[in-house]
Design a protein around this ligand. Structure first.
Ligand code: S3P
Length: 423
């Protein structure tokens, strides 16, 4: 097999985090919200279906949505369980919103989601007078609608999902809520709430305060391309020799752009062409393959690149020397145990990776060679896409188990990657 090069311009699909939030805020706003470049992936469609079950009329036209908002207390009890499928974001954000409704809800999920911890949202929501009954801290979960009160909560972990659950619950509470974060996590909920209801939120000295009782007003939301999806092309472009790829209109929110900072520190040939417009920041990114230096990623860096760790580990295998990732224990409770999955599956491709309780030590520089042709995604979309990029560098074909799970965040990943391949 000869190594291909990657050349061309690509538009990756809309941001997953922002797409979920556009449905949620659009549904509880008053009036008709429109969304463009919505991500039609399994995770976001789980959120969309759940709001339809709760009586929200949502029209789909390609990647555009029209949502007829029902107002903060206009949702209705779903007659069927809310199936969150593989989506932690849908589950945790909606748990927050549903805790303060006037009806009860029952949430279920797939095997992977049913292993993920829900105590992290149940604890603060219970402090607000919520009643959420999970199964040993996991889905299935019953959420009994209660009258909530505000709290002051310091998050024990940097988690945008937990923060957003509290923000959404706080909107239905009877008094103000303040939230403190140990490290800044993605702030799409705060940005979108500010757009839909500027009076509902204040941010000062690292404290987020939510003032309930202000209606949300319908808006237009343009979803930028997902930097977490662009990440696979940024790394592929950086390490597949001779490559040059441009990725258009990528969201560059400073709470999400950790991978850009890592690539810059590594000396990557990356051009950032910023697009001047209101709303979430965006840029066209061009990456060219070239020499790279090792990286050292620490706990404080993790929130801004939490979903990029698998593909960054692959990047490190291509660079001479030792790269390290620490303070990343959260990776163990994602769609799979990502630290274990990366170490074992890239190990099957000849990578030298030592697994630590909270990170990875990667000794890179020697070409990958297939030791075992069967690699496993563990049903985790980001592991599957990392292995797909790795396959470009290999001397033999590999089979990725459960490759279809890419549809969780990027249904057309393989076809998009193929459009760039020049043999
Ligand atoms: C997300 C937050 C992150 C991230 C996930 C999406 C969000 O999770 O890993 O893919 O949209 O809020 P945590 O907040 O649990 O770290």
């Amino acid at each position: 097999m000869t190594t291909p090069t990657l050349k061309g311009t690509i538009q990756v699909p809309g941001d997953k985090s922002i797409s979920h939030r556009a449905i949620i805020f659009g549904s509880i706003a008053e009036g008709q919200t429109t969304v463009s470049n919505f991500l039609r992936s399994n995770d976001c469609l789980a959120t969309l279906q759940a709001f339809r079950q709760m009586g929200v009329h949502i029209k789909e036209d390609g990647n555009s949505l029209t949502i007829d908002g029902v107002g903060m207390l206009g949702l209705q009890e779903s007659q069927e369980p809310l199936d969150m499928q593989n989506s932690g974001t849908s589950t945790r954000l909606m748990a927050g919103l549903l805790a303060g409704q006037h009806f009860d809800s029952h949430m279920v999920g797939d095997a992977s989601l049913s292993k993920r911890p829900m105590g992290r949202v149940i604890t603060p929501l219970s402090e607000m007078n919520g009643t959420l009954v999970a199964t040993d801290g996991h889905l299935p979960m019953d959420i009994y609608g209660e009258v909530l009160h505000g709290i002051h909560y310091r998050l024990p972990i940097a988690s945008a999902q937990v923060k957003s659950a509290i923000i959404l619950a706080a909107l239905t509470a009877q008094s103000d809520t303040t939230i403190e974060e140990p490290l800044p996590s993605r702030d799409h909920s705060e940005t979108m709430l500010k757009l839909f209801s500027p009076e509902s939120i204040d941010k000062e000295d690292g404290l987020i305060t939510i003032h309930p009782d202000h209606p949300l007003k319908a808006q237009h939301v343009e979803v930028p391309a997902d930097i977490s999806s662009a990440a696979f092309f940024l790394v592929a472009g950086a390490i597949v020799p001779g490559s040059e790829i441009t990725i258009e209109r990528v969201g560059l929110n400073p709470t999400r752009d950790g991978i850009i900072r890592v690539l810059e520190q590594m000396g990557a040939d990356l051009t950032i062409d910023r697009i001047d417009q209101p709303g979430e920041p965006m840029a066209n990114l061009t990456i060219k393959a070239g020499p790279l230096k090792t990286f050292h990623i620490e706990e404080a860096d993790i929130p801004a690149l939490v979903d990029e760790v698998p593909i960054l580990a692959l990047l490190a295998t291509a660079v001479d020397g030792v790269s390290t990732i620490s303070g990343a224990a959260e990776l163990r409770v994602k769609e799979s145990d990502r630290l274990a999955a990366i170490a074992s599956e890239l190990g099957k491709l000849g990578a030298s990776i030592e697994e630590k309780p909270d990170g990875l030590i990667i000794t890179g520089g020697k070409p990958l060679t297939v030791q075992d042709e069967q690699v496993d995604s563990f049903g985790d979309h980001r592991i599957a896409m990392t292995l797909k990029v790795a396959s470009l560098l290999l001397d033999k074909e590999i089979t990725i188990k459960d490759e279809d799970c890419m549809a969780v965040s990027y249904p057309t990943f393989s076809t998009d990657l193929n459009t760039l391949i020049r043999k």
